[in-house]
Every structure is written in C-alpha cells, then in structure tokens.
Design a protein around this ligand. Structure first.
Ligand code: SF4
Length: 125
C-alpha cells in the first residue's frame, strides 16, 4: 500500500483516478462558480518530486533542470518565471489537488477573472 506523510503529519491514503493517477484529497474548495482558472509554478521552491506531473501531465512537465513548469495547450513549456497558463476545465480538480499537495508549496492557482489565488500557498486554504 502506498502511503504518504503530509507535512502536517497526517497520513492519507490516495485513491486511484483516471489513467492510474493517484488523488489524495477529494475536497477541492474550488467550485464551478469560481470560473476559469490559471496556474503558475514558482521554480525557486520546486523540489522536483513530480507530484504535479503525476496529477496533471497536460499542465505540468519537467524541464531538463529537473524542475516543474507549466505548459499551455500548445504543449510548449512556459519557462519564464511566473508564467501563467489557463487550466483546462476537465483538469481543474487535478490542478487544484496538485497545488494543495505540492511539497514545495509552489503551485499557485488563480481565478482568471481577478487573479485571486484560490489554491496554493497564498490562498489561505
Ligand atoms: S508538486 Fe510542487 S514541488 Fe513537486 S515537482 Fe510539482 S511544482 Fe515542484
């Protein structure tokens, strides 16, 4: 059995989601009413563990430096610091879960309409 110890010390069991990926949560705190989302990664804090790539490989990918970057729907990594990309609707939960579980606290999910962080280290969740 795969177990993961969160920084808080709580142990949670993951559940399988599509394509064999694991999801640790289920609570997302971001409803459909939140509207379109955008996401960026702070590479200065990235540990390179790859959790985000496991959750949403369509949105997160490693570059040769071993750090995670976002990529847009053209499949190209956005390497400039602070680069933001749109979150596809069908990946909202995966991206939000990645932000909540990111060990580096470096995934920032923003409400596209006003830039308010709804998941990640500055969201207050
Ligand atoms: S989950 Fe966070 S720390 Fe881990 S690779 Fe992705 S961005 Fe980096």
């Amino acid at each position: 059995m795969v177990r993961r110890v969160r920084p808080s010390g709580r142990c949670r069991r993951p559940r399988k989601v599509g394509a064999g990926r694991l999801r640790w949560g289920g609570e997302d705190g971001v409803s459909a009413e939140t509207g379109p989302l955008r996401v960026w990664v702070d590479q200065d804090l990235c540990t390179g563990d790859g959790l985000c790539v496991q959750y949403a490989p369509e949105v997160f990918e490693f570059d040769v430096d071993g750090l995670a970057y976002v990529k847009a729907d053209d499949g190209e990594l956005r390497l400039d610091p602070g680069s933001r990309v749109d979150v596809p609707d069908h990946l909202r939960l995966d991206v939000v879960d990645a932000a909540k579980e990111c060990p580096g606290d470096c995934i920032h999910v923003l409400r596209a309409s006003d830039g308010v962080e709804v998941a990640g280290p500055d969201s207050g969740n």
